[in-house]
Design a protein around this ligand. Structure first.
Ligand code: ZN
Ligand code: FE
Length: 241
């Protein structure tokens, strides 16, 4: 049975995601960027909430944990670092499996943006929830980890099937596209950037993306080595576009 996803905007550029295992009706929310939009989306869907699945400790990802748990009774699952700012019921890390009814989400270590960052992958529906590790045409800033750590994390994500739907936590794609065009002139990237600018003009989300599309056009993934990746990341940090 498939996993159903409901995606909705939170804060200025975050996305919230509710996922539901259709076989059992078990529901989870990926991160807690904001309280009211998450509760409103649950109400709209007519769903209860069984789990909160955190990707990392940043306030736009775990800040709503306490209030959403209080409102729904959900169990909070995530990396230990979440405890820095929010409640956590079950600690998980790379290699663990989180069961949501019949859905078995694989936990992937994706440290770099924060040291303990994790992603969740459902092999059955080929969906990955990657927080602030991989973005459409971008990747997370290295607030805590090294370029080597992030490169290894991105390599674990690019090892997923090409048709994996990648649910990134932010709508950063238009500005990522402007940077990408400054470092790469491939026709595939140019065509994709035009599609992105047009979609944003129409107010449409550019998330989810896919592993295959990112491998073909994302300048961070195309870096090819941790050393070159570090250079591209530094160039993006300095980019004024
Ligand atoms: Zn973050
Ligand atoms: Fe974030």
């Amino acid at each position: 049975m498939p996993l159903t996803v409901r995606q909705f905007p939170c804060l200025s550029d975050n996305y919230g995601f509710l996922i539901r295992d259709e076989a059992s009706g078990k529901t989870a929310c990926i991160d807690t960027p904001e309280v009211e939009p998450v509760l409103a989306e649950l109400k709209k869907a007519g769903w209860g909430l069984d789990y909160i699945l955190n990707t990392h400790w940043h306030p736009d990802h775990a800040g709503g944990n306490a209030a959403i748990k209080e409102a729904t009774g959900a169990t909070i699952v995530g990396p230990a670092e979440v405890r820095r700012i929010a409640p956590l019921d079950r600690e998980v890390g790379g290699g663990d499996v989180v069961e949501l009814g019949e859905t078995k989400l694989q936990v992937i270590d994706s440290g770099g943006h924060t040291l303990g960052h994790i992603a969740y992958f459902d092999p059955a529906s080929r969906m990955a929830f990657v927080g602030d590790t991989l973005f459409a045409l971008g990747c997370g800033r290295l607030f805590e980890g090294t370029a080597e750590q992030m490169w290894d994390s991105l390599s674990r994500l690019t090892a997923l099937p090409d048709d994996t739907q990648v649910y990134c936590a932010h709508e950063y794609t238009a500005s990522n596209a402007r940077f990408a065009l400054s470092v790469d002139s491939s026709p595939e990237l140019k065509a994709r950037a035009e599609d992105i600018f047009a979609a944003r003009e129409r107010g449409e989300p550019t998330v989810p993306t896919t592993i295959g599309l990112e491998k073909a056009t994302n300048p961070f993934l195309r870096a090819g080595s941790a050393g070159r990746f570090a250079e591209v990341r530094a160039a993006k940090d300095a980019f004024k576009g």
